[in-house]
Design a protein around this ligand. Structure first.
Ligand code: FAD
Length: 377
């Protein structure tokens, strides 16, 4: 293979979206995946597109998430147009159901928090919420409608992104495990693979190997990611119709265009284990039935688990490392489907030397190594 402009380790939604963006910018790009591209977290996710923070720790991510949300319609249009495949984008909003006796106070807190972050959120009385979503439990006390949020069929999207990247000129390789990066003088020279110790040289090397990124030698200090397991179940019911994503404090339900309703998700810190467990299913199904009781008669069509790439501070790891030519794009944790368009855009901006469209100080790949150095100084 000739020297590449860009070699990407990892062919999930993040690596695939970067490949598409860079190939469309005229660069010679190749993606190397250790398995079948698109079959890890990007396949396992739920596809909710919500820039609202899940905890205080992820508040610094809100501007990045809003920027990605704003890019989504154009991203979907491009991917569907180039690939010729539909990706199940549903810009229908999401609805958070509140059950507590103190729902009125909870409602005003949630609304104030959203408005404080510049996110649209509307308070709903229980009756109004049930008019929008008749499947909701009659015991709800109130609800929050987030009209600008959406969902996408992440399996279809990842497939289509990889097809679109290929059609745009990127080469996608399955079964190529990256073991290490290598140096050429003061620069990162490219990737080394398992097996015959083969090397690929590239002007820029991008690490997008999801939760496995820390296993690539030379990358650990920048991307100390760990797996956060999530179990999911897909239900199908002839009786229950859900229009938009529904949340409770326990679980979420995500309707797909094909009629399936996904219930998710657990968050477990149990290493690289991807087994579906009785306790995991109990959590999902009891949460689903509490939110929409008529799902009791739904068929369980599929269950699975996937591994989210979690960084120590739960924020993504994006941008150039201190080794010239090396860029990191991982640690997207619970928001990698949402953050794919902005991640691809930022990587292009860093590579082509344009100004970066979002302030990325919080996501700097040097933050963990710098913190360790300061702690030992
Ligand atoms: C249950 C669950 C629910 C989720 N729900 C949502 C949601 O609703 N909304 C949202 O925005 N996000 C959600 N996420 C998070 C989202 O799925 C991830 O953040 C995102 O998919 C990460 O994409 P990625 O491309 O970085 O990782 P991955 O999709 O895991 O891709 C990494 C790829 O790298 C490859 N690889 C690994 N190591 C190597 C190596 N050494 N050499 C070559 N290739 C390698 C892997 O084979 C894999 O294909 C969810 C995740 C889970 C598990």
């Amino acid at each position: 293979m000739k020297t590449l402009d860009v070699a990407i380790a990892g062919g999930g939604l993040i690596g695939g979206s970067i490949a598409l963006e860079l190939a469309q910018a005229g660069l010679r790009v190749a993606v190397f995946d250790q398995g079948e591209p698109g079959h890890e977290a990007s396949w396992a996710g739920a596809g909710i597109l919500s820039p609202a923070p899940e905890s205080l720790a992820t508040v610094p991510m809100v501007p990045l998430a809003k920027a990605s949300m704003a890019l989504y319609p154009e991203f979907v249009h491009n991917v569907e147009g180039v690939s010729g495949q539909a990706v199940g984008f549903r810009p229908k909003g999401t609805l958070q159901a509140l059950f507590s006796r103190d729902a009125a106070r909870e409602l005003s807190t949630v609304i104030a928090l959203h408005h404080g972050l510049g996110l649209k959120a509307q308070p709903l009385r229980a009756d109004d919420a049930r008019e929008l979503e008749p499947a909701l439990n009659p015991e709800i006390e109130a609800a929050v409608l987030r009209p600008d949020e959406a969902s996408v069929d992440n399996r279809a999207l990842t497939r289509a992104v990889l097809v679109a990247a290929g059609k745009s000129g990127a080469e996608i390789f399955a079964g190529r495990q990256v073991t290490s990066i290598f140096r050429t003088g003061e620069r990162c020279g490219g990737l080394i693979f398992s097996g015959q110790d083969e090397k690929i040289s590239a002007k820029w090397t991008i690490i997008a190997a999801g939760t496995f990124s820390a296993q690539i030698a030379g990358v650990e200090a920048y991307a100390p990611v760990k797996p956060a397991k999530g179990q999911m179940a897909a239900l199908r019911s002839d009786r229950v119709e859900i229009e938009r994503v529904l949340w409770s404090d326990k679980i979420y339900l995500v309707p797909r265009n094909d009629g399936r309703i996904l219930a998710g998700a657990t968050v477990e810190h149990v290493g690289f284990d991807k087994q579906v467990t009785a306790a995991g299913l109990e959590h999902l199904l009891s949460g689903a039935l509490h939110l929409a009781p008529e799902l009791a008669s739904a068929r369980v069509e599929e269950t699975w688990a996937g591994l989210r790439p979690a960084s120590p501070d739960h924020l993504p790891i994006l941008g150039p490392a201190d080794l010239e030519g090396l860029l990191i794009a991982t640690g997207h944790f619970r928001s990698g489907i949402l953050l794919a368009p902005i991640t691809a855009r930022l990587i292009r901006e860093w590579i082509t030397g344009s100004s970066v469209s979002v302030d990325c100080e919080y996501f700097n790949p040097m933050r963990f190594a710098d913190a360790r150095r300061e702690a030992t100084a």
